[in-house]
Design a binder for this molecule. Structure first.
Ligand code: NAP
Length: 491
């Protein structure tokens, strides 16, 4: 980290990165020979080209997963655990290359990419431990006479789809439990950030994961390639992380063959600062909840409610803190805020800010996209954002903190819950009773109390309402890839 990253080092990592499709344990070009461009969002320039799958490649990948399924689900759990532990170790050995590759294709500051490599690897360690703890049961029927045997089995070939904002961790959060449970898979990373997942495929191969167990498909035609696989009847499960509109469409497709589904969808997190909060702690919490990944996170604080008694002090402290965060290329050591992932994302952030200002919000910091190359938007603080502003109901996905005052607990709970999303909310107060009272009443799958980050591989991550179905991580994550079989025994 302390050695500056040179252009030669950037080139070396990009040149060494795999760019082909990974199907049935082999690297190969797309059947129609198509490729797509991968960009560096901090310059807008092409980094490299990657193979671009068409529907025929999709079929090859799913057939490989189907062929490998029966053998893989019979491997001893300890062997699957060892594959995951090997992959965990290899990720740590290669963390410098993985982190740099991620920063180059996605833009996040290098320190955050190191954080993600570590977080992503932890899913492998966590699920290595879970693989050997898959349990069942044996019980007497209430009326006596017969016995119930409860057995857990792999769901079967799974389709895994991941977004661009956490290019490695969203994949390992699915692959870890799939491998632990004995499921084979076809994983489709986002077109914008395929290189991290392709680099991981190499690691999984070296870690001893057999051919066909994990197949990676990169494509610019997601719908055309994935829909026939979902409707095929071969895949038994879809695990998707991405936006709510795409998740909704995929759920419809899954209904045809009644696939098991796990859906990690969009968020609209509230961040609530009560009048008795430790304001310095709350500011640091807001920096984390808002600025992690430059605001491009489903868990990002999208609506910040501040008690009117402390609004002036909190907004000044937050603006002062965010004003010190330097925007720049993720490879530069001083950079705290990287570029938005592409021009579309940057323009959407700018549009939402313009809309809020037109509706009456006041700009305390930032407020204009940066000129020049790359897709930068600076840290921005807005006060008095009216609830009719679009950013109150749409994910901002950028480094913009919209603040609004509130006066009492019941009022703020109602306002927090006034959204179709329910992923996470954050509460800052020094009162334990109030913290728990509010945590129980807000409608979300997760709540952070006096902390601005909740993600942990050992905790159940997921949302309610239109933020999703199911949980990843924790001791429930592996259940998403297991079926429960009941065997009745007459005695
Ligand atoms: P997205 O547009 O929904 O895309 C997510 C993934 O779905 C990408 O791989 C995308 O492929 C693929 N996809 C798009 N259309 C598809 C289709 N018709 N069939 C099959 N696959 C399709 O979301 P995004 O913009 O990449 O990611 C941001 C969203 O993800 C935000 O809403 C964020 O909140 C959510 N997210 C949620 C969580 C969570 O755990 N709840 C975590 C991270 C992100 P291409 O990109 O190649 O088109």
């Amino acid at each position: 980290m302390s050695v500056p990253i040179t252009a030669d080092r950037e080139n070396e990592v990009v040149q060494a990165a795999p760019t082909q499709l990974f199907i049935d344990g082999e690297w190969r070009d797309a059947r129609r020979g198509r490729t797509l461009e991968v960009f560096d969002p901090s310059t807008g320039r092409v980094l490299t080209r990657a193979a671009n799958a068409s529907p025929e490649d999709g079929w090859d990948a799913l057939k490989a997963a189907e062929a490998a399924q029966k053998g893989f689900e019979r491997t001893p759990p300890r062997e699957r655990a060892e594959m995951l532990m090997n992959a965990f170790r290899l990720m740590h050995e290669r963390k410098d290359d993985l982190a740099l590759l991620m920063t180059l294709e996605m833009g996040k500051p290098l320190a955050e990419s190191y954080g993600e490599v570590n977080y992503a690897a932890e899913f492998f360690r966590h699920f290595a431990e879970e693989a050997t703890r898959i349990s069942g049961g044996y019980q007497t029927a209430p009326a006596g006479g017969s016995r119930f045997l409860i057995h857990k089995q792999a769901v079967g070939p799974s389709i895994l789809i991941t977004p661009w904002n956490f290019p490695l961790a969203m994949g390992t959060r699915k692959l870890g439990p799939a491998i632990a449970a004995g499921c084979t898979s076809v994983l489709k990373p986002a077109e914008l950030t395929p290189l991290s997942m392709l680099a991981l495929a190499d690691i999984l191969r070296e870690a001893g994961v057999p051919a066909g167990v994990v197949n990676i498909l990169v494509t610019s035609s997601a719908g055309e390639v994935i829909e026939p696989l979902i409707r095929s009847g071969i895949a038994r499960k879809l695990s998707f992380t991405g936006s709510t509109p795409v998740g909704r469409r995929l759920l419809e497709q899954c209904s045809e063959k009644v696939l098991r589904t796990s859906m990690e969808l969009g968020g609209n997190a509230a961040f609530v600062v009560f009048e008795d909060a430790d304001l310095d702690k709350a500011v640091e919490g807001a920096v984390l909840a808002k600025m992690r990944n430059s605001g491009e996170a489903c868990t990002a604080a999208n609506r910040i409610f501040v008690h009117s008694q402390v609004m002036d002090e909190f907004s000044q402290k937050l603006a002062e803190r965010l004003g010190r965060m330097k925007t720049g290329r993720g490879v530069d050591e001083e950079t705290a805020v990287g570029p938005m992932v592409d021009a579309r994302q940057r323009d959407k952030v700018a549009e939402l800010v313009e809309d809020a200002v037109r509706s009456g919000a006041k700009v305390v910091l930032g407020g204009e996209p940066a000129a020049g190359e790359g897709y930068f938007y600076p840290p921005t603080v807005l006060t008095g954002v009216p609830e009719g502003a679009r950013m109150w109901s749409e994910e901002i996905f950028g480094p913009v903190a919209p603040l609004t005052p509130f006066d009492d607990e019941k009022e703020v709970i109602d306002r927090v819950n006034d959204t179709e999303y329910g992923l996470v909310n954050y509460v800052f107060t020094e009162s334990l009773n109030r913290a728990l009272r509010v945590a129980e009443q807000v409608e979300s799958g997760m709540v952070g109390i006096n902390q601005g980050a909740v993600s942990n591989p050992a905790a159940p991550f997921g949302g309610i309402k239109e933020s999703g179905l199911g949980r990843e991580g924790g001791d429930t994550g592996i259940e998403e890839f297991l079926e429960t079989k009941y065997i009745g025994i007459a005695m």
